[in-house]
Write a protein that binds this ligand. Structure first.
Ligand code: NAD
Length: 441
C-alpha cells in the first residue's frame, strides 16, 4: 500500500480504536466503498498517482442526503431517505442511475458513483460519475406510492441536478416510467419541458431508440469482442445468468438468439437450471408477467446464490453487488466471468478467480453500454435530432470495442488482469483532467 492522504496504512488507519471511522473517507463507509477503494488502489499504485490526486479521486466531490415525507395510499405519512452522490466534476456534468432498494446507502452510492466516473472515462464519455437512490422496498409499494416518492425525490434533488450539472438514469427497480415522472417533475419546476434532465425516458418524451436494452446488449457486444480475442465461438457456450431484470433478461434473450445455451438463470427468489438449455423466450414471457423464478414450472430449482455455482462456460452476474466473494468463488465452475452487475465480485473473490485462471470482464467495461447509450440520448436531446436504432447499435458496438482495445493494450503493457488494466486507463484520464484544471482558487 502506497502512502496516500489516508495515511501510510490506508484503509486500516481510518479505524479509531473504538472501530469508528475517522479522517478522510469516513462518510462513505460501506463494504462496497471498501471494494471500490481496493480496486482503485491497485490502479493508482501502478500509475504512481500523487497522494493529493488519490484523495481527490477517492472522495466524492459532492453528496446530498434527503429525508422527505410521502403520503401512502392508506393515508399514513412515511419518511423516506434519498441520496445523490457526484464523484468528480472535473470532466463535465455527472451521470448515473437511481436505484430503489432497501439497502441503498451513502457509502454504496459513493462506490457506485466512483465506478461510474471510471466507466465514463474508459469509454471516453464526457461525464463524471454519479449515483443515487431511495431507501425503500419497491415490491411493497403501489404504483401511485412509487410516483409520489419519485416526484418528491426529484424535487429534493433540484438544487444539484440539471442537464449540464447531473443527469440521472434508471438503475435497480427504476425504468422508463420513473424517468418520465422525474422529467415531468423537473420540467414543472423550471416551467418548460426539459427532456435532457434524465436518460432512459420513453421514446415519445425524447428517449432514444435502444436505451432500455442498451446495458444488456452492451454486455453481449462486449462479450462477443472478448470471445473474438480469446478465439472462442459464442454459439454453443453454456451460460449462467444471475438476475432476470432489465439487464439480465436482455442478455438471456440476446445470447439465446445468438445460439448460446442458457443453462441457468436466477432472480431474488432462486434459480432455474437445465443443462440441456432453458427455453428462454418461454421463461422470459412467463417472468415478464410479474412472477418469481422459484415458481417456474420447468427445470431444476436452486437457491439464488447457488445458481452462481452451476457448471457453465460463461458466468454473468447481472443482479447486484458482492455476489462472488472469498467464500463462494472457489465453487464457481466456469471459464469466463462477465460482470453485467456493478461490483459483483469482491477483491477476495477476484483473487480466487485469478488463482484459478478464470478471466473477468470487469463491470466498468461489460455494463458500460447503458451509460454509453444514455450519452447518445443526451446528445440527441440537446441537438433535437434523433437517430435510428441501427445507428445507436452500431455506435454502441464501436465504442465498446474501442474500450476493450484500450483494456487489452493496458493489460499487455502493464502485465495485469483486465479489471486493473481498465481502471488504470480510466484513473489516468480522470487524474489528468483534475491535474490540468489544477486547484481553485
Ligand atoms: P432490475 O431491478 O431490473 O433487476 C434485478 C434482478 O436481480 C431481478 O431479476 C431481481 O429479482 C434480481 N435480484 C435482486 N436481488 C437479488 C439477490 N439477492 N439474488 C439474486 N438475484 C437478485 O435491475 P437491473 O437494472 O437489471 O440492474 C441489475 C444490475 O445491473 C445492477 O447491479 C445495476 O447496478 C447494473 N446496471 C444496470 C444498468 C441499467 O441500465 N439498468 C446499467 C448499468 C449497470
Amino acid at each position: 500500500m502506497a502512502t496516500d492522504a489516508r495515511g501510510a496504512g490506508g484503509w486500516d488507519e481510518l479505524l479509531a480504536s473504538d472501530g469508528e471511522l475517522v479522517g478522510p473517507g469516513a462518510e462513505w463507509r460501506s463494504e462496497l466503498y471498501r471494494i471500490a477503494v481496493a480496486q482503485f488502489d491497485r490502479a493508482a499504485d501502478l500509475l504512481d498517482l500523487a497522494p493529493d490526486l488519490r484523495t481527490r479521486l477517492l472522495e466524492p466531490r459532492r453528496a446530498l442526503v434527503v429525508n422527505f415525507p410521502v403520503r401512502m395510499d392508506d393515508g399514513e405519512v412515511r419518511s423516506f431517505t434519498g441520496y445523490r452522490v457526484q464523484h468528480t466534476l472535473s470532466v463535465g456534468p455527472t451521470k448515473g442511475g437511481i436505484r430503489y432498494t432497501p439497502g441503498v446507502s451513502l457509502g454504496e452510492c459513493a462506490a457506485l458513483a466512483m465506478w461510474m466516473s471510471f466507466k465514463c472515462a474508459l469509454l471516453e464519455l464526457p461525464f463524471g460519475g454519479a449515483k443515487g437512490g431511495v431507501r425503500c422496498d419497491p415490491n411493497r409499494l403501489s404504483v401511485s406510492e412509487l410516483e409520489r416518492i419519485t416526484r418528491r425525490y426529484a424535487a429534493e434533488l433540484f438544487p444539484v441536478i440539471g442537464p449540464d450539472r447531473d443527469i440521472p438514469a434508471p438503475d435497480m427497480a427504476t425504468g422508463e416510467r420513473e424517468m418520465a415522472w422525474f422529467m415531468d417533475t423537473y420540467s414543472q419546476q423550471v416551467g418548460h419541458p426539459v427532456p435532457e434532465i434524465v436518460t432512459g425516458k420513453p421514446l415519445v418524451l425524447g428517449g432514444t431508440a435502444g436505451r432500455t436494452t442498451a446495458t444488456g446488449l452492451g454486455v453481449v457486444f462486449a462479450l462477443e469482442a472478448v470471445l473474438e480475442h480469446l478465439g472462442w465461438e459464442l454459439a454453443g457456450q453454456r451460460v449462467v445468468i444471475q438476475g432476470a431484470g432489465n439487464v439480465g433478461a436482455v442478455i438471456a434473450r440476446e445470447l439465446h438468439v445468438r445460439g448460446a445455451r442458457v443453462v441457468a438463470i436466477g432472480d431474488v427468489s432462486g434459480g432455474v437450471v437445465d443443462q440441456a438449455g432453458l427455453d428462454i423466450p418461454a421463461l422470459l414471457a412467463w417472468y415478464g408477467e410479474g412472477r418469481f423464478l422459484r415458481d417456474y414450472p420447468a427445470g431444476d430449482h436452486v437457491g439464488r446464490r447457488e445458481v452462481l455455482e452451476t457448471p457453465c462456460d460463461i458466468l454473468v452476474p447481472a443482479a447486484l453487488e458482492r455476489q462472488i466473494d472469498g467464500e463462494n468463488a472457489s465453487r464457481v465452475d466456469c471459464r469466463l466471468v462477465v460482470e453485467a452487475a456493478n461490483g459483483p465480485t469482491t477483491p477476495e473473490g477476484d483473487a480466487v478467480l485469478a488463482e484459478a485462471g478464470i478471466p473477468v470482464v470487469p463491470d466498468v467495461l461489460a455494463n458500460a453500454g447503458g451509460v454509453t447509450v444514455s450519452y447518445f440520448e443526451w446528445v440527441q436531446d440537446q441537438q433535437k435530432l434523433f437517430w435510428r436504432s441501427e445507428d445507436v447499435a452500431r455506435r454502441l458496438a464501436h465504442q465498446l470495442r474501442q474500450g476493450l482495445a484500450g483494456v487489452l493494450e493496458a493489460s499487455e503493457r502493464l502485465g495485469v488482469e483486465w479489471r486493473t488494466a481498465a481502471l488504470s486507463v480510466a484513473v489516468e484520464r480522470v487524474a489528468e483532467a483534475a491535474r490540468l484544471r489544477s486547484i481553485y482558487p
